[in-house]
Design a protein around this ligand. Structure first.
Ligand code: C2E
Ligand code: CA
Ligand code: CA
Ligand code: CA
Length: 276
């Protein structure tokens, strides 16, 4: 129990206190890791179904912790977002992703995840322009991935930022489509180039014709609306075979082709050729 200074005693739950402390410790760790250069960018290839080649690589943040090893983004992105550290971390990822992309063969694009916090609190346009300038990457090779929650805010400022990104020549993709509350109507209310259909849509496609029809419907509708379609989380050859049958699907991403790999491995991966 603690006194609040006015003679009133408040009782704190010990677990809650521990949770708050753990979060605060993580925040300090992230701050230090940014200063020490312990974040790095992995890349996962996305494959074009028509050519069988990698057309894009998605940048995925990793924390190379000196004691705990490689830490995945689910363990630090949420706290980075709550503490606004995502703005600095996101800038680093964006610059690094563009810097790597210029070295890749075959004009492969790079896709970078941008948190809603960066849109709200940061200056996305300035960050993007500076990353393109400093790396020399042509704008059309950069794809920005946004999530449905950003579109739910539906503010004029966000719409304007998306339009400005597109007038620079940068492409905008809607990530994890189908997991949130955004309905299909968002697809034509916002300026989007690409839709990434969440891997949950692949879950039962091998055994359920209803699941196959749902996926087919979402893919063809997105495609009809003029967007290019990516299906995420392809893990089996059978899933790939089914996706090849769907007319709306342009690109596929998943462990079947490659997990996210370190930047130093991606060039040779891309040079190695195509998938069938
Ligand atoms: P996401 O943007 O949906 O990224 C795809 C995630 O799915 C990656 O997880 C990837 O490793 C995983 N994945 C790819 N193929 C498969 C598959 O076939 N099966 C399964 N089960 N998973 C697959 P990762 O790298 O752990 O990233 C998790 C999430 O963290 C990302 O989901 C994204 O929301 C967030 N994230 C990662 N890097 C960044 C970043 O630089 N900025 C922001 N704002 N968020 C990031
Ligand atoms: Ca993504
Ligand atoms: Ca996704
Ligand atoms: Ca299409």
């Amino acid at each position: 129990a603690k006194s609040d200074g006015r003679g009133v005693w408040r009782f704190f739950e010990p677990e809650m206190d521990a949770r708050v402390q753990a979060r605060r410790a993580l925040e300090i760790d992230i701050r230090n890791a940014l200063d020490d250069g312990n974040f790095e960018v992995f890349f996962q290839p996305i494959v074009n179904l028509r050519t069988g080649k990698s057309s894009v690589c998605e940048a995925l943040a990793r924390w190379r912790h000196p004691k705990r090893g490689l830490i995945s983004p689910d363990a630090f992105i949420p706290v980075a977002e709550e503490t606004n550290l995502i703005i600095e971390l996101g800038d680093f990822i964006l610059h690094e992703a563009c810097r790597q992309c210029v070295t890749w063969p075959g004009n492969v694009h790079v896709a970078v995840n941008i948190s809603p916090v960066q849109f709200r609190r940061g200056d996305v346009i300035t960050s993007v322009v500076s990353a393109l300038d400093r790396s020399g990457l042509p704008a059309h090779r950069l794809e920005i991935e946004i999530t449905e929650s950003l579109l739910l805010e539906n503010t004029a400022a966000i719409r304007t930022t998306l339009e400005n990104l597109r007038s620079l020549g940068v492409r905008v993709s809607l990530d994890d489509f189908g997991t949130g509350y955004a309905s299909l109507s968002y697809l034509h209310h916002f300026p989007l180039d690409k839709v990434k259909i969440d891997r949950s849509f692949l879950q039962d496609v091998e055994v359920s014709s209803r699941s196959r029809r749902l996926l087919a419907g979402v893919a063809s509708l997105s495609s009809e609306l003029g967007m290019s379609v990516v299906v995420e989380g392809v893990e089996t050859p059978r899933q790939l075979a089914l996706l090849k049958e769907l007319p709306g699907v342009d690109e596929v991403q998943g462990f079947l082709f490659s997990p996210p790999i370190p930047a130093c491995e991606i060039s040779s991966f891309l040079a190695a050729g195509s998938f069938d």
